[in-house]
Design a protein around this ligand. Structure first.
Ligand SMILES: Nc1ncnc2c1ncn2[C@@H]1O[C@H](COP(=O)(O)OP(=O)(O)O)[C@@H](O)[C@H]1O
Ligand code: SF4
Ligand SMILES: [Mg+2]
Length: 344
């Protein structure tokens, strides 16, 4: 269960990521702040290029060479951004683990599954070899690998994509880290396997208190898995709240547009509306609200002034944060009706 009365496990404050390029500085992530608590699943959603991956690559010290971070990213109160690489190494894998879209980025192609999994425990927890191998096998079974005794003796290339991703998840779970960040972990897998993997994550984190950050461009996978959602646009968080509230009445027009752009079983195919226009250039982002060139609710103020991320509320849904001068303007899916505005 999420316990928001305790200090967060991971907290970003005034956090930014910049990349130096010959054309100028890419403002990939700007002034992000959010907190992640034990046992909760936070979904980070947004179109491709919105800054989801670089936010966490920066936290894990995995940025490309031309990248740098600003602000703070605290794990249990300790600022990861101020740590030396050797110090950060101690936390990675043990207290925080990352799962990527391509499982091969985490697997060694010339090492048997048994060794790869056991080594995680030997290195990070100092567990003796035999015991580490016993726990590795148990974890493989827990992540639903059939015939685990045989699979553990194999090399990664002998496994299917879905199996490999399960192995990576097993590896991430083995040390019972405080937080796991899964970056589009199911995007390369077929739909049935996707659902199984997400369920597995939900189960694994529910029992252990591990906080899960699920990065996805697909809002469809969020419902049923995540408790909270943060929507990113042009490197900023534009809305953040519980999944139930955000799905019921999106405060930010971009969230409303994202929701209207996904096919849903309870809606006709004709009502699926792609978001017009393109994501902005992050070297020269638009003035004011970065979404204004694509926003159906935009007014003059949106072009001139950037809306801060602040608490907003509407009757019937819980309070949350949104960065918009006209929150809930498009909450009723596509109708441009003005919602009852209530800043709290
Ligand atoms: N090494 C780099 N140099 C310059 N720009 C980069 C670099 N890596 C990522 N970016 C830019 O940072 C922005 C955010 O990227 P990313 O976080 O990967 O997006 P996504 O939301 O799809 O995960 C994008 O505009 C991307 O082009
Ligand atoms: S601030 Fe204006 S342009 Fe930006 S999302 Fe809100 S209404 Fe649209
Ligand atoms: Mg990404």
């Amino acid at each position: 269960m999420t316990d928001t009365t305790k200090p967060p496990v991971l907290e970003l404050a005034n956090y930014s990521v910049r990349f130096a390029t010959p054309d100028g500085e890419v403002k990939a992530v700007s002034d992000v702040d959010f907190a992640i608590h034990a046992g909760e699943t936070l979904a980070i959603v947004g179109e491709s290029g919105s800054g989801k991956s670089q936010t966490f690559n920066g936290v894990f010290g995995l940025l490309a060479r031309n990248g740098r971070t600003e602000g703070e990213a605290r794990l249990d109160g300790r600022n990861l951004l101020a740590m030396k690489p050797s110090e950060l190494d101690r936390y990675r894998g043990r207290d925080m683990a990352m799962v990527f879209q391509d499982p091969m980025t985490a697997l060694n192609p010339v090492m048997k599954i048994r060794r790869q999994l056991a080594e995680t425990l030997e290195v990070h927890q100092g567990v003796a070899r035999r015991e580490a191998e016993r726990q590795a096998l148990a974890m493989l079974k827990r992540v639903g690998i059939p015939d685990a005794e045989r699979r553990i003796e194999q090399y990664p290339h002998e496994l299917s994509g879905g199996m490999r991703q399960r192995v990576v998840i097993a590896m991430a779970l083995l040390c019972a880290p405080k937080v796991i960040v899964a970056d589009e972990p199911t995007t390369a897998l077929d739909v049935t396997i996707q659902a199984q993997i997400l369920e597995l994550f939900a189960e694994a984190t529910a029992g252990s208190g591990t906080a899960l950050v699920l990065i996805t461009h697909d809002l469809g996978v969020v419902a049923g898995v995540a408790t909270r959602i943060a929507v990113m646009y042009a490197g900023r968080v534009v809305e953040e709240g519980t999944v139930d509230d955000v799905f019921q009445a999106p405060a930010h027009p971009y969230t409303a547009a994202l929701l209207a752009s996904i096919p849903r079983v309870d809606r006709d195919a004709e009502t699926v509306e792609p978001i017009p226009g393109r994501p902005p250039n992050l070297i020269h982002p638009p003035k004011g609200c970065a979404f204004h060139p694509r926003c159906r609710a935009a007014v003059e103020r949106c072009v001139a002034e950037r809306p801060p991320l602040e608490r907003v509320a509407r009757e019937g849904t819980g309070p949350r944060r949104a960065a918009c001068w006209r929150p809930f303007a498009l909450a009723d899916r596509g109708t441009a009706a003005q919602g009852s505005l209530a800043h709290v």
